[in-house]
Design a protein. Structure first.
Length: 350
């Protein structure tokens, strides 16, 4: 079978790291990188460190408004699908690369496999929510990571082709944690001590594109007075400058880090403060209290299990979470057993 996989942004590289090499044990995979993320520390470092196969095509689409970015991907993908004639197109998650990959396949009547299907924030103003709902409704195989995701699909009338395989991110994190323990020097590099700093990431459009929300976040982190490591997404970097905001000395701003150093930073942080989807889960995998600066989450189980609190961008709530959120609850097995990629392969094989 010929499987064409579309990736484009760093959370998709994390997922492909678990799946691509497993698929290739039995099938031919054509890997297409849309070029949505293109800086070395947003793209190449993931392929190098995680030994993801080199993309067969890089569309070089780059940044842009949603229509231009997604539309350019569609035009370029169509040519490749016509040439390669894949049996299945596989997409991950909820970015513009996901939607373009799925929509282009659907129009050409190529079956779509969606990994990380069924996630919902129930907030249609998020570009990710639009992308994932549209992708789910044109997919033939819907690989869901959790029972909540399965229920979400059932509620929308999608019952056929839904497989709860667990979370491929968990597969990846298990592997990368080992690499991080063996190879990462990030603690030494920044003179960090185990459990003595907070790790933060900020990149969600609803936070960066709203001056008031971003100002609240910056002020909360500043006023917390805690030592905070902040690998800054280029999107956020730009808006911080545009809005004339500034971080105080307790916050160490660094360039985005590679996946091995990122997992090392998570493993040794005392808490994680984030608006990322992937990082909320990684915090859970590592038993780190997670303070989520969003108004809702798709990963509701992490909240129900007591390891994640949703604080929005209210300054007092963020600071209160940083100072007081110290869960000790026993975790349930929510995200599978670390063999999601093998399960996906078995199902595609049938
Ligand atoms: C995208 C996804 C988001 C995901 C995130 C992961 C969509 C709509 N959004 O958001 O769901 O959580 O990736 O990180 O697909 N930039 C660079 N260099 C890069 C990439 C981006 O400088 O290599 C800057 C550019 O200024 C660009 C901005 O970041 O305009 C946003 O990039 P884009 O890919 O459009 O969205 P993300 O915020 O990364
Ligand atoms: N990540 C990374 N380096 C960083 C920030 C994030 O390797 O500096 C990884 C992180 O561990 C996670 C993935 O990138 O696996 C998530 O990406 P992001 O937060 O950008 O997107 P989201 O998950 O919110 O879609």
């Amino acid at each position: 079978m010929k499987i064409l996989t579309v990736v484009g942004a760093r959370p998709q590289f994390m997922k492909a790291a678990a799946v691509s090499n497993v698929i290739r044990q039995k099938h031919k995979e054509i890997l297409v990188h849309t070029g949505q993320h293109y800086d070395g520390n947003m793209s190449k470092v993931f392929f190098d460190e995680l030994k993801i196969p080199k993309p067969d095509y890089n569309l070089g689409v780059g940044s842009g408004n949603h229509g231009k970015q997604t539309g350019t991907m569609l035009i370029k993908l169509e040519e490749i699908y016509e040439k390669e004639k894949p049996d299945i197109v596989l997409v991950y998650g909820d970015t513009n690369s996901t939607l373009a990959g799925a929509l282009c396949a659907s129009k050409l009547l190529i079956p779509v496999a969606h990994v990380e299907a069924g996630l919902r924030s129930f907030n249609m103003t998020m570009p990710e929510e639009q992308n994932r709902i549209l992708t789910d409704h044109i997919s033939k195989y819907l690989f869901v990571p959790t029972t909540t995701a399965e229920k979400n699909l059932n509620n929308e009338g999608i019952k056929k082709g839904v497989y709860n395989v667990g979370d491929v991110m968990y597969d990846s994190v298990l592997r990368i944690s080992k690499l991080a323990k063996e190879n990462s020097k990030i603690l030494e590099k920044f003179d960090l001590e185990n459990n003595k700093y907070i790790l933060t990431t900020i990149h969600r459009a609803e936070n960066t594109n709203d001056p008031k929300r971003l100002k609240n976040i910056v002020e909360a982190l500043n006023e917390s007075g805690k030592r905070i490591m902040l690998p800054l997404h280029p999107r956020t970097h730009k808006y911080i400058e545009d809005y004339g905001l500034a971080f105080s000395d307790n916050i160490k701003i660094i360039e985005p880090v590679g996946p091995i150093d990122m997992i090392a930073l998570e493993m040794h942080a005392c808490k994680i403060v984030t608006d990322s989807g992937g990082v909320q889960k990684e915090a859970f995998f590592m038993h780190k209290p997670c303070i989520t600066m969003r108004d809702e989450t798709e990963w509701v189980e992490t909240v129900e299990n007591g390891w994640n609190i949703i604080v929005g961008t209210n300054k007092d709530k963020i600071i209160h979470g940083i100072n007081n959120f110290n869960p000790t609850n026993k975790q349930e097995e929510i995200f599978g057993d670390g063999t999601a990629a093998e399960k996906i392969l078995d199902i595609l094989d049938c």
